[in-house]
Design a binder for this molecule. Structure first.
Ligand SMILES: [Zn+2]
Length: 486
């Protein structure tokens, strides 16, 4: 493709995105009101796959045994560009959007308190826009859009990679909502293992015959004490945090079963594996001390996230071309009121794009896209749409998610990703440069998934929560579905 026709492709993409801005915003709002937590994204997945099917994509649902996962494909042959996005909310995240005060839609219900619905919206819009331009200008290649459920449990994407869905992919893109507009290079997040430790003992009457009991809750507590002592000796950048998922039923019944669910994090996959193995030793010690039996369920194991430098340069240049959205006085005023109500620094909205993050300045967080980023070159875009200083998984993180602040950020991000993808598809030398630098970046580190070959995903930790809340949340679902002009 000539330089002239790259310019034509970009003009056509920007035109498509501007023409479909209302449908894109409506997609975001539909997902927001579904507000489904990890692995309960049934409405969200069915809505997104229907949009993709209507736009001419082939859709395979339930990939890697996740009922709320999908892969949507359009086009044929090389190069193959993958997009992947999450669309889960969090338990207790229900919050009305456009209200600068804590005010749940349904008290106690799950909801979007971070903005993953915007992440998915950007990816859907990008896939549709890129497809439209490729079709019109006969640009060769394949688009694969992966719906990745359960990001908050860091669970689905290592399974996709293990099961071969990325074997033919040339480059992958991920995105995430933020209050800033930037990309990143090198290692950007850390590795994670999610595992539940279950102890089995003997129940008995706690008053009459406690000497006959073997208390599984004691083992959970001793494991916790062991981890607290061991914490002194872990590397400073390691993290270990947990919730007790089963502590027993009532005080006069000695707990026959008790479980604790841990996340372990380290800079490298190797460090995280070491931390997990030491924790397992401690759990075995706790089982021995209490004469209980231990079983360990590794739910997920994720490599750190890393980003390729050539893809980062394309994203960085393109986001500078597109620039930050122009915020209205009302939007800035709302952001200030929200910051005030959340008790954080009041500074309105950012007006400048940010520097590229990195190289190799990882945050102490993880994302299950990590495995993808070691399998194929990956680029990631952080886009504005949230409000500076408010925090995720807090009511304030959801209070702007259907306002024009988020809608404008989504449009800007869709433009950056679509133009970057069209550039990768149009410039044959670019992808060979991406491949070459990726090989250099990976060096002699041999990637292999940390989850075992035969492992099936463990599903639906929020099933009962949703059985209760889904009927109440359904009353707020958006009836209007987006119409995309192709
Ligand atoms: Zn997130």
């Amino acid at each position: 493709m000539t330089a002239h026709s790259i310019a034509t492709a970009k003009v056509a993409a920007l035109d498509w995105i501007d023409r479909n801005a209302v449908a894109i915003a409506e997609t975001n709002d539909c997902l927001f009101y579904f507000g489904e937590p990890s692995l309960e994204e049934y409405e969200s997945a069915s809505f997104l796959t229907s949009v993709l099917r209507n736009a001419g994509f082939d859709v395979e649902t339930g990939i890697s045994d996740f009922p709320t996962a999908f892969m949507a494909t359009w086009g044929s042959g090389a190069p193959v560009i993958a997009l992947h996005a999450e669309y889960d909310g969090t338990p207790g995240g229900s919050q009305k959007s456009g209200i600068a005060a804590q005010d749940p839609i349904v008290p106690g219900a799950p909801g979007h308190a971070e903005g993953h619905q915007a992440n998915a919206t950007v990816m859907i819009a990008t896939a549709l826009a890129a497809k439209c331009v490729m079709e019109k200008l006969r640009i060769k290649g394949t688009l694969k859009l992966f719906g990745a459920p359960g990001e908050e449990l860091a669970i689905s994407r290592p399974f996709f990679v293990r099961d071969g869905y990325f074997d033919d992919v040339d480059a992958a893109f991920h995105n995430h909502i933020s209050d800033a507009f930037f990309t990143e290079v090198g290692q950007t997040q850390i590795s994670l293992i999610s595992a539940e430790f279950t102890f089995s003992g003997e129940s008995t009457h706690a008053g009459l015959t406690p000497w006959l009991g073997r208390d599984a809750l004691d083992a959970v507590i001793l494991m916790d004490n062991g981890m607290a002592q061991y914490r002194e000796h872990i590397r400073p950048e390691m993290r270990a945090h947990r919730v007790i998922t089963n502590g027993g039923s009532q005080p006069n019944v000695i707990s026959e079963k008790a479980s604790v669910w841990w996340y372990f994090r380290g800079i490298s996959a190797e460090d995280t594996r070491t931390l997990f193995e030491r924790a397992t030793d401690i759990a075995e010690g706790a089982a021995r001390m209490t004469q209980t039996r231990l079983s360990v369920d590794v739910k997920s194991a994720v490599w750190p996230t890393r980003c390729n430098r050539v893809l980062a340069c394309i994203l960085d240049r393109t986001l500078r071309e597109i620039g930050m959205p122009n915020w209205s006085d009302e939007e800035v005023d709302f952001a200030r009121k929200l910051q005030q109500a959340a008790g954080v620094r009041v500074e309105g909205l950012r007006t400048e794009v940010s520097r590229m993050r990195g190289p190799d300045a990882p945050e102490m967080s993880s994302n299950d896209c990590g495995d993808i980023s070691w399998k194929v070159p990956m680029g990631r875009l952080w886009f504005p749409g949230s409000v500076p200083n408010v925090h995720f998984h807090h009511w304030s993180g959801g209070a702007m998610l259907t306002t024009s602040i988020t809608h404008k950020g989504i449009i800007a991000a869709t433009k950056v990703l679509t133009l970057s993808i069209l550039e990768c598809l149009s410039e044959p030398n670019l992808l060979s440069e991406v491949r070459k630098t990726f090989a250099e970046e990976i060096g002699d580190i041999l990637y292999s998934p940390m989850i075992p070959n035969d492992q099936k995903p463990s599903l639906r930790p929020h099933l009962r929560l949703m059985e209760h809340y889904r009927p109440l949340m359904r009353e707020y679902y958006q009836l209007k579905r987006p119409f995309f002009e192709m």
